[in-house]
Design a protein around this ligand. Structure first.
Ligand SMILES: Nc1ncnc2c1ncn2[C@@H]1O[C@H](COP(=O)(O)OP(=O)(O)OP(=O)(O)O)[C@@H](O)[C@H]1O
Ligand SMILES: [Mg+2]
Length: 213
């Protein structure tokens, strides 16, 4: 399904859940209707209230099938699967059903080694630097490590998602009513970049904010 995105990767704790919600929030801000699909049995479903997207508990396989069927008939919807670490068979399944696959990795040699294996296993996936340092010196060092370790994958690495401590607010079961600008900007920017890579417009037709909808 073209409008299905999966956020996967074998390593735990790389930022899959955070990126799923940041991306869905950003898609909402850009006028798309987005669904964040929970697939991790270790996590609790989040409340829909106050969000610009719909979190769905997708831990039963039928739910995923229903969402894919819904996407087929609703061109202004996108869905994002939040994978879980250490589940290679499920990662393969999500990759094969999605139009776009994102592989978050942090600035660590272990994350980079794992994401390179994942890039080999999933040839159409993109690596997404996650929790990236905002301090200029640390950033330079992180970029150097990527250049040293991942040079041959350069064209498959997207611009980073930076560390923004407010991102955890999106993961609260009940989201706060207002979110800081830094988080909104980061979300919009990630959503815009992913839409561009997928060849989708910034606003679906009709846009999310259209009156009487
Ligand atoms: N961009 C970010 N800025 C600040 N903190 C972040 C960011 N991304 C992730 N984190 C923090 O890093 C931790 C791990 O992130 P997250 O839960 O999203 O990873 P995950 O890949 O989903 O983990 P798991 O493999 O357990 O599912 C969390 O505490 C989260 O708040
Ligand atoms: Mg997670």
């Amino acid at each position: 399904m073209q409008r299905l995105i999966c956020v996967i990767g074998n390593k735990g704790g790389t930022g899959k859940t955070t990126i799923t919600h940041v991306l869905c929030h950003g898609l909402g801000l850009l006028g798309w209707r987005a669904i964040a699909i929970l697939t991790d049995s270790q996590r609790q479903p989040l409340s829909k209230q106050g969000r610009r997207y719909v979190p769905v508990d997708g831990r039963e396989p039928e739910v995923l099938d229903k969402i894919v069927a819904k996407l087929e008939t609703t061109p202004d919807w996108l869905a994002v699967i939040d994978g879980g670490g250490n589940r290679p068979a499920l990662d393969r399944q999500f990759y094969e059903m999605s139009g776009m696959a994102l592989l978050p990795f942090r600035d660590s040699p272990e994350d980079m080694r794992t994401v390179m294996d994942d890039l080999d296993a999933f040839p159409n996936a993109y690596a997404l630097p996650s929790q990236w340092p905002t301090n200029p010196w640390q950033q330079l060092a992180a970029e150097r490590s990527v250049d040293d370790m991942m040079l041959t994958y350069r064209t498959r690495i997207l611009d980073p998602v930076y560390t923004v401590s407010a991102s955890k607010q999106l993961l609260q079961i009940q989201m706060p009513s207002a979110l800081p600008n830094a988080l909104n900007n980061m979300s919009r920017s990630l959503a815009w970049r992913v839409l561009q890579k997928m060849g989708l417009p910034r606003h679906a037709e009709p846009p999310h904010t259209a009156p009487n909808r």
